[in-house]
Design a protein around this ligand. Structure first.
Ligand code: UDX
Ligand code: ADP
Length: 461
C-alpha cells in the first residue's frame, strides 16, 4: 500500500480503552496512521461526530487534532486488518453470564471472534497486541487460533495491558507510571516487542517502559487491579469499625497512609468501588485460582469483593436506621450515579445497587448526575409503577426530598449552596455522604443530620 506513514496501526474495539488509547498514539505520533474499527456502526458514527460516545476530560481536544489527519474511525474491519502491521485488540471481555464459570470467569467470545477474523483477513505478518484485560494465558489461546491454519502468515502475540483510569485517562496516558509490554522470549517475540516499545518511546521515558515475559504481563494487570481494590475494601472495612468506635476513618487513613511503605493513595473510604474492571478482574483472578486448585487463595481475593458488596448494603442500612427504620414513601435524592467523578460510565456503579435497594424499601427516588443520566436510565430498567425521576439540576432534584445520598464525588457537589438546598427539603433533612466530600460541620450547622462514611454522625435528633 502506498502511504507516507511510517507505520499502520489498527485497533479493534472502539470503547473506553481503544478510543482514548489510540487517540493518544495518533496525537503523539503523527508519523503513524492509526485506524480504529468496531462492529457497532453507531459507535463509529459517534466517534466521527462532534458528540463522542464517551465523556473523558481532554479527549475531545486530541480527537479533533488528529481525526482525519492520522486517526480514522471505520467499520471496515477486514480492510483495517489487511492494511496494518500492528493490531491492538480492545474488544470487551465481560464476566460470563452463562454456563461454566458464570458470574466469575471472563467471557472470551468477542475475543475469539476477533482472533478468527484476524486469521481470515490477514494476508501478511501481523503483531497482535492484547489490550483488553484478560485471564492469564489468554495469549496461548489466541496463538492456538491464529496458528490453526498454515497460510504462511506469521502472527506474534504481545500483551500490553491498559492501566488508565477513567476520568484521568488522558493524563494517565500522557505520563504513565509505567507501560508494560510482555512477549514470548523468542527472537521474533523480542523483535515484535521492540516495535511496540518504539511506539511508546515517542513520548514515554524509556525507563518507564517495562518489558516482561507474556504471562507476567497478563497476570500483572489482574494483580494491579486486585491490589487497588483490596486497599479500598481494607479501608472500607475499617470505616465500619470507626463508626462503632468514634474514630474518624479519614484521620486513620491519613495516619496510616503517611507510612511510606503504605502510601496515601486509594485509601478513601466510600460507598464501595465500582467500574468495569475491579470486580470483573478480581472474580476472574478468583476463578483462575480455583481452576488451579488454590481454594484458600481464591477465598482470600473473593473476600475483597464480598466486603465491597457489604459496603453498599451497609450504606443502605445506615440510611434506613437513621430515618426511623422506614423509607417507604420518602423521597431520596441521589447525588451522582457514575461509578466515580469525571465520567459518564455507570458500569458496576454502587449507585445501581443502592437505587435498587431503596426502591425495594419503597422510597421515591430522584437521581441527578452531570454526565451519567442516560446510562442510569438504561441501568435501572424501570417499569411503569416505579417512582424514579431523573433531574439534571441538583437544586431541583433535591427540592422536596427527605434525604440526599452523595454517591459520586463530583466536584460540583462540594460547592453547592446547601443552605438553599436545606430550605427546599422536608425536615428533618438528612445527608448521607458516601464519599466524604461535603463540609460536614457546616452542613450540620445549616440544620442537616449528617451521616459520613466511617466518622461519627452529626445529628440534631
Ligand atoms: C481502574 C484502575 O485504576 C486502572 O488502572 C485500570 O486500568 C482500570 O480499573 P477505573 O475503574 O477507571 O480504573 O477507576 P479507579 O479510579 O481505579 O476507581 C475505581 C473505583 O474505586 C471507583 O468507584 C472509585 O470511586 C473507587 N475508589 C477509588 C474508592 O472508593 N476509594 C479510593 O480511594 C479510590
Ligand atoms: P472497554 O471498556 O474494554 O473498552 P467497551 O465495551 O467500551 O469495553 O468497548 C469494547 C468495544 O469492542 C465495543 O465498542 C464493541 O462493539 C467492540 N467489539 C466487540 N466485539 C468486536 C469485534 N468482533 N470486532 C470489532 N469490535 C468489537
Amino acid at each position: 500500500m502506498n502511504s507516507h506513514f511510517e507505520k499502520h496501526i489498527l485497533c479493534i474495539g472502539a470503547g473506553y480503552v481503544g478510543g482514548p488509547t489510540m487517540a493518544m498514539i495518533a496525537h503523539k505520533c503523527p508519523q503513524y496512521r492509526v485506524t480504529i474499527v468496531d462492529i457497532n456502526p453507531e459507535r463509529i458514527a459517534l466517534w466521527n461526530s462532534d458528540h463522542l460516545p464517551i465523556y473523558e476530560p481532554g479527549l475531545d481536544e486530541i480527537i479533533h487534532s488528529a481525526r482525519g489527519r492520522n486517526l480514522f474511525f471505520s467499520t471496515d474491519i477486514e480492510k483495517g486488518i489487511q492494511e496494518s502491521e500492528i493490531i491492538f485488540v480492545s474488544v470487551n471481555t465481560p464476566t460470563k453470564t452463562f454456563g461454566v464459570g458464570a458470574g466469575m470467569a471472563a467471557d472470551l467470545q468477542y475475543w475469539e471472534k476477533t482472533a478468527r477474523q484476524i486469521l481470515k483477513s490477514a494476508k501478511s505478518d501481523k503483531i497482535i497486541v492484547e489490550k483488553s484485560t484478560l485471564p492469564v494465558r489468554t495469549a496461548r489461546a489466541m496463538e492456538r487460533i491464529l496458528f490453526s491454519e498454515n497460510n504462511g502468515v506469521h502472527f506474534e502475540v504481545l500483551s500490553n495491558p491498559e492501566f488508565l483510569a477513567e476520568g484521568t485517562a488522558i493524563r494517565d496516558m500522557e505520563s504513565p507510571d509505567r507501560v508494560l509490554v510482555g512477549s514470548r522470549q523468542t527472537e521474533k517475540g523480542l523483535k515484535a516487542r521492540q516495535q511496540l516499545v518504539d511506539i511508546y518511546a515517542n513520548w514515554v521515558p524509556r525507563e518507564r517502559i517495562l518489558t516482561t515475559d507474556i504471562w507476567s504481563s497478563e497476570l500483572s494487570k489482574l494483580v494491579a487491579n486486585a491490589f487497588l481494590a483490596q486497599r479500598i475494601s481494607s479501608i472500607n472495612a475499617i470505616a465500619a469499625l470507626c463508626e462503632k468506635t468514634e474514630a474518624d476513618v479519614s484521620q486513620v487513613a491519613r495516619a496510616v497512609g503517611m507510612d511510606a511503605r503504605i502510601g496515601s493513595r486509594f485509601l478513601y473510604a466510600s460507598v464501595g468501588f465500582g467500574g468495569s474492571c475491579f470486580k470483573k478482574d478480581i472474580l476472574n483472578l478468583v476463578y483462575i485460582c480455583r481452576h488451579y486448585g488454590l481454594d484458600e487463595v481464591a477465598d482470600y481475593w473473593q473476600s475483597v469483593v464480598n466486603i465491597n458488596e457489604y459496603q453498599k448494603e451497609h450504606f443502605v442500612i445506615t440510611m434506613l436506621n437513621a430515618m426511623f427504620n422506614t423509607l417507604a414513601g420518602k423521597r431520596i435524592c441521589l447525588f451522582g450515579f457514575a461509578f466515580k467523578a469525571d465520567t459518564g460510565d455507570t458500569r458496576e456503579s454502587p449507585a445501581i445497587y443502592i437505587a435498587q435497594r431503596l426502591m425495594e424499601e419503597r422510597a421515591e427516588l430522584v437521581i441527578t448526575d452531570p454526565e451519567a443520566l442516560t446510562n442510569a436510565k438504561a441501568d435501572l430498567k424501570l417499569s411503569d409503577g416505579d417512582n424514579v425521576r431523573f433531574v439534571e439540576d441538583p437544586y431541583e432534584a433535591a427540592s422536596g426530598s427527605h434525604a440526599i445520598a452523595i454517591i459520586t464525588e463530583w466536584r460540583q457537589y462540594r460547592e453547592l449552596d446547601y443552605e438553599r438546598i436545606f430550605r427546599s427539603m422536608v425536615k428533618p433533612a438528612f445527608v448521607f455522604d458516601g464519599r466524604n466530600i461535603a463540609d460536614h460541620r457546616r452542613l450540620f450547622e445549616t440544620g442537616f443530620n449528617v451521616y459520613p462514611i466511617g466518622k461519627p454522625a452529626l445529628t440534631h435528633l
